[in-house]
Design a protein around this ligand. Sequence first.
Ligand code: FES
Length: 116
Amino acid sequence: MALVTFTSPEYRDKTVYAVAGSHTQTILKLALENKIPINFECEDGECGTCVVRVTSIDKKMERMGGTMTEKEKSLLKQIGKVTTEQLEQMIVDDLPPEWRLACQMIVRDEDIRVEY
Ligand code: FES
C-alpha cells in the first residue's frame, strides 16, 4: 500500500491510498478515482497535458527506479521537462526523473508527492 499525496497551489492537498502492484493503476487513474482535478486530454502519452512533478516522500532510503516508456521519454523531452543527458543519467542511476506523465506513470509501492 502506498500513500500518494496530490498537491496543487489551487487546491487543498489530498492524500490517498494506492494499491501498488496493479500494473494498470496510473497516477491519472488514481487522481480521477479520487476526484483530483489533474489536467489531461489524450490519456495516451501523446499531448503532455498531464505532466506532474513527482517526489518520493518514502521513509525507505531506496528510491524506486521507474520504468518509462519510449513514448513518455520522448514527449517529456519534447516539452522541455527532461534533457537527453538527464535521461541517460537516469538509466545509470536507475532513478526516474522528477517530471512524469500522470497518464503513463504506474503507481509503485512507494509514498510519493504529486504536484499538479
Ligand atoms: Fe495526454 Fe497524459 S493526458 S500525455
